[in-house]
Write a protein that binds this ligand. Structure first.
Ligand code: NAD
Ligand code: UDP
Length: 321
């Protein structure tokens, strides 16, 4: 019989790719999502049982009739800075109550749980590249704290359950991109690609010297699966692509790949925006042999093709209004 997997946040960007990949491998998948930032259509054509549910409310009873679960991927949480600042209280609650409900569910099922944590636990990092041993530099009352502190609390709760015997592994995910990102989620990839495709100016915040390291979603999903299907537990791993680019370089790459003649316009840098970010991935590489394979240019070509269709759809909708 196929092993059963719960994916919270399964209708989101990463969640839908994870469900697609797990379904191809023959697992039985149940996704819980409240559609706060995800979409039912992300799971169209993917054999997944999708249930609308807010995981800040317990869900063990709702899922009891489906039988025992073997694995829980806990991905539910707004992830884009624009989304989580709009949804600051729900973000804090999904990282606390939602995390507890997922851990209780895993414990009751004797299932392994993988928590989708984030490079944001390092805040505006004072060491570079970031290793798992770094404790971070987070402003606890700033506009990003609803996300950063929720994810830090979630890690702490996971470790408390792990110390009591629940098999939990933490994945600190760094900036990930690919098809099914929402054009309007406010992150740098959809913003700049959408602007380039509409021939609008590309909005670079600050002077564009801040850096990020972009991981294509198929690589990320492979890293998450390797972690889940290993025997590692009670431990934390960075998962991301260590190739670092300034945001200005990234804007230039978007212009080149889209062929847009858009200008670059400079807007104020948001408060507490991390200045540099690059994962040290030696820990996961040594433990599981995982490292990303997809080159930024190749991943961006796939992503641009997706956003082209989205821009076309939006134009059609506008024409009908
Ligand atoms: P996303 O917003 O596309 O997906 C998140 C999903 O969670 C959405 O479908 C949303 O509707 C759902 N959700 C939110 N609150 C919920 C709740 N209370 N109950 C049920 N469902 C809920 O974001 P994503 O980029 O796919 O991120 C997925 C996970 O990975 C998140 O936990 C995020 O923090 C983490 N992560 C992502 C990145 C990245 O670069 N994309 C980086 C670090 C960490
Ligand atoms: N950014 C930008 N222009 C945009 C959106 C974002 O210059 O239109 C910058 C943002 O200030 C940050 C980086 O791009 O320095 C990555 O932002 P994103 O929101 O994608 O994710 P973050 O890594 O900050 O969570």
């Amino acid at each position: 019989m196929a092993e059963r997997i719960l994916v919270t946040g399964g209708a989101g960007f990463i969640g839908s790719h994870l469900c697609e990949s797990l379904a191809k491998k023959g697992y039985e998948i149940v996704a819980l999502d409240n559609f706060a930032t995800g979409k039912r259509s992300n799971l169209r054509k993917i054999p997944v049982k999708l249930i609308k549910h807010d995981i800040t409310k317990p869900f063990a009873k709702k899922l009891a009739r489906l039988g025992k679960f073997d694995f829980v991927f806990n991905l539910a949480s707004p992830a884009s800075p624009v989304d989580y600042q709009k949804l600051s209280i729900p973000t804090l609650l999904v990282g606390s109550l939602g995390m507890k409900n997922s851990l209780d569910f895993a414990k009751a099922n004797s299932a392994r749980l993988l928590q989708a944590s984030t490079s944001e636990v390092y805040g505006d990092p004072l060491i570079h590249p970031q290793t798992e041993g770094y404790w971070g530099n987070v402003n606890p009352i700033g506009p990003r704290s609803c996300y950063d502190e929720a994810k830090r609390y979630a890690e702490s709760l996971c470790m408390a359950y792990a110390r009591e015997g629940t098999p939990v592994v933490l994945a600190r995910i760094f900036n990930t991109y690919g098809p099914r990102m929402r054009l309007d989620d406010g992150r740098v990839v959809p913003n700049l690609v959408g602007q380039a495709l509409r021939n609008e100016p590309l909005t670079v915040y600050g002077d564009g010297s801040q850096t990020r390291s972009f991981c294509y979603v198929s690589d990320l999903v492979e890293g998450l699966e390797k972690l889940m299907f290993s025997s590692l537990q009670g431990d934390v791993f960075n998962v991301g692509n260590p190739e670092e680019h300034s945001i200005l370089e990234f804007a230039q790459l978007v212009k080149q790949l889209t062929g847009a003649s858009s200008e670059i316009t400079y807007l104020p840098l948001p408060q507490d925006d991390p200045k540099r970010r690059k994962p040290d991935i030696s820990k996961i590489k040594a433990a599981l042999g995982w490292e990303p394979k997809v080159k930024l240019e190749d991943g961006m070509k796939e992503t641009i093709a997706w956003f082209k269709k989205e821009v076309r759809k939006n134009k059609k909708k506008e024409a009908l209004q």
